[in-house]
Design a protein around this ligand. Structure first.
Ligand code: MTE
Length: 320
């Protein structure tokens, strides 16, 4: 994203690579079987054929968030093969190949900082904090492409309630894994690792904000941020940190990886806003992956009714 390019919308559907590249989960499933199989994974049911991935059990579609004729689902293959995950390389086709090395079990998420009940959650305990929901959200990348994804997760607010934030917790910081042994992209200084993102408390508590474990009814593929990532549908995609290991409640606005890399291009808020161009390209329209013509970008990615009030009185040209 930080690399300068004169081409405003460089993504062609033809660039999307085939799902044949996608073998990472096979390794994971093999290691799960070696550990004793799906019985070790409460809430999960492994399906027989490796190639079909690991289905998440007990997922209920949330009727408020379904696919529509206008917002049809992208194909799972598009989602899994066209990725941004710089820890595994900066090319869209790098993560599906390179993220095979990511080990997603055992995995813990430390929740700490300005809270009364700091806790370290085992990933399989996080799955059980609340009923797993499927929610179809539009997902808009700052690079002016978008997809429509059926995510599986729980409201982040369910986790936040349990750790009891103190009054001085004003922001939530998400720290993602930075392990040189598993992530070849860390050799590059394109970002200041680890990848850190953040939200204001009211954004983090908002019912749309999803702590996400899966998509298309399956556990997240490694390249899509297994075993747990954020999804904040009214913000540009880079706010959705992948492979989270720490969630910190803090008093001051976190210095995120992208704010450090380019504060004038990737602000802390990063609300999808067709009226505010990126420093190097327009944000007025976007290309839905799989479609040829562009569509107009919607304010807050189409979620204005739900979230505009969070920013009442703020100059959204200043607080980008
Ligand atoms: N999280 C981490 N840890 N590293 C990254 O490079 N890229 C971000 C975001 N989360 C990124 C990340 C960007 S720029 C986007 S657009 C989305 O992940 C892409 O998510 P997807 O590849 O699953 O569609």
């Amino acid at each position: 994203m930080i690399i300068r390019s004169s081409n405003a919308n460089p993504i062609q559907p033809s660039e999307i690579t085939s799902e044949a590249l996608f073998h990472g989960r096979r390794d994971w499933i093999k290691s799960t079987i070696a550990m004793g199989g799906a019985a070790l994974l409460p809430g999960l049911a492994a399906c027989g054929a490796e190639a079909q991935g690991v289905r998440l059990a007990g997922v209920k579609p949330n009727p408020q968030f379904l696919a529509t004729d206008i917002d049809k689902l992208n194909k799972a293959d598009e989602f899994k093969s066209y990725c941004n995950f710089y820890e595994f390389g900066t090319d869209k086709s790098d993560p599906p190949v390179m993220a095979k090395s990511l080990k997603t079990r055992p995995w813990t998420v430390a929740v700490e900082g300005e809270v009364n009940k700091p806790q370290v959650f085992d990933i399989d305990a996080l799955y059980k904090l609340a009923p797993l929901e499927e929610r179809v959200y539009r997902f808009r990348c700052v690079e002016a492409w978008s997809m429509v994804i059926p995510w599986v997760g729980i409201p982040l607010a369910e986790l936040i309630k349990r750790v009891e934030p103190r009054g001085n917790a004003k922001y939530v910081e998400f720290v993602t894994l930075a392990d040189k042994a598993q992530m070849p992209g860390l050799r590059s200084s394109v970002l200041d690792w680890p990848y850190v993102e953040g939200l204001r408390m009211d954004e983090a508590m908002h019912p749309l904000t999803l702590l996400t474990f899966g998509a298309y009814g399956e556990m997240l593929a490694n390249q899509n941020g297994a075993p747990v990532r954020m999804v904040v549908p009214w913000k540009y995609g880079f706010k959705s940190g992948k492979s989270i290991v720490k969630i910190r409640f803090v008093e001051k606005e976190p210095r995120t990886a992208w704010v450090k890399a380019g504060p004038s291009e990737y602000g802390f808020y990063s609300n999808v806003n067709p009226m505010v161009d990126h420093a190097r390209w327009s944000q007025a329209s976007e290309r839905r992956i799989g479609e040829f013509s562009k569509r107009k970008t919607l304010m807050f990615n189409g979620y204005a009714n739900e979230v505009a009030s969070l920013y009442a009185g703020m100059d959204l040209k200043k607080f980008i």
